[in-house]
Design a binder for this molecule. Sequence first.
Ligand code: NAD
Ligand code: DAU
Length: 374
Amino acid sequence: MHGFKKKHEEKNEGLKSMNGKTLLVTGGAGFIGSNFVLQSLALDYTVVNLDLLTYAGNLENLASAEGNPKHIFVEGSIADGDLLQRLLAEHKPAAIVHFAAESHVDRSITGPEAFVETNVVGTFHLLQAGLAYWQALSKDDATNFRFLHVSTDEVYGSLGPNDPAFHEETPYQPNSPYSASKAGSDHLVRAYFHTYGLPVLTTNCSNNYGPFQFPEKLIPLMIHNALNGKALPVYGDGQNVRDWLYVGDHCRAIHEVLLRGRVGETYNVGGLSEKKNLDVIHILCGILDELHPEGKPHDQLITYVKDRPGHDRRYAIDCRKLQGELGWAPQQSFESGIRKTVEWYLDNAEWVQHVTSGDYRKWVKANYAERSNA
Ligand code: NAD
Ligand code: DAU
């Protein structure tokens, strides 16, 4: 495992935990999962981290946990029922926190099958194993057990400019193979509560950004390209709106829901920070002009490319349920979070270099060759 500068330690002030208990975290070598694992270790949990290490999983994200006996990494799939059964029997977790997924919308358009396999079928296997484990627990342990499913706001579809933000009762209208597969997994999780009584919780979160995000997603891709003097590819007219949340705040929300959320409920998580893509890119370029003046002005690299098919126009999240019931609020504004993020990518060039070699280049070539004729 390679070292990297760790300049992203978060404050966990006010955050409580099930002290000393064990969590089975799936997908804990990915972007949000690794941030969650590090936050959980800081909160004194023991973490059994099950990850298949697909292109998106990276043990370098967990380098700061190396040698920590409370972090048990297991390479394997959520679709492997025997492995799940063994891990649950051996480690007896107090909760399962489920991040593992295929997560990139553009990849779901060119290769939807993996999304159905991992997000729908994989979640089904995890639910089956979780249910069998929960049914065999003592009464007290069963009462306290939680299955927390991490999902997305994309299941709700797309908003018009003046529509109210998505709330927990907004009907599902997924538009991409990715969001349809996440919607499928949400429905399965819901069904395991209503049919079998499995104590589930679901969170539906908006767009995350921060340390360890793979540079296929908008913010790290733009930082990486700008630093390398490459085009900044804006899909369509750049006016699509996303609600941005700093990853550490998302992880804090998951901890709050895990500890105090009402069983069977869903909680929307959002950054209260709606931004047009083009505005995000200009903000990033402005910070880079200041912190990395070579290549300035970076916004001269902005290039309009062919739109994403079925591109959702706007997402916005109403997270008043989470705020009102559990007292959660984001600690980072977009301005503070995005600056921390750019600084992290500047400080961790080695991490970026490792993840952008090999298969990454093939993906970038295939995705953007398609779009060159905007
Ligand atoms: P990511 O793509 O960075 O990481 C996914 C992780 O899952 C990787 O480590 C990968 O190796 C692992 N994985 C994939 N298939 C697996 C399998 N079969 N078994 C075990 N591990 C497997 O994803 P992310 O952006 O960190 O998202 C994590 C979760 O949060 C996903 O469920 C996603 O839908 C959800 N989410 C993401 C965002 C966002 O903005 N990134 C927002 C809301 C919700
Ligand atoms: O809303 C939550 C979702 O946010 C998560 O569930 C997904 O896992 C996560 O990938 C993210 O989905 P998006 O499709 O919104 O994120 P992405 O970073 O791919 O794109 C953000 C916006 O930027 C979107 O409108 C498409 C646009 N875009 C993206 C890329 C990669 C560009 O204009 N150019 C690009 O090169």
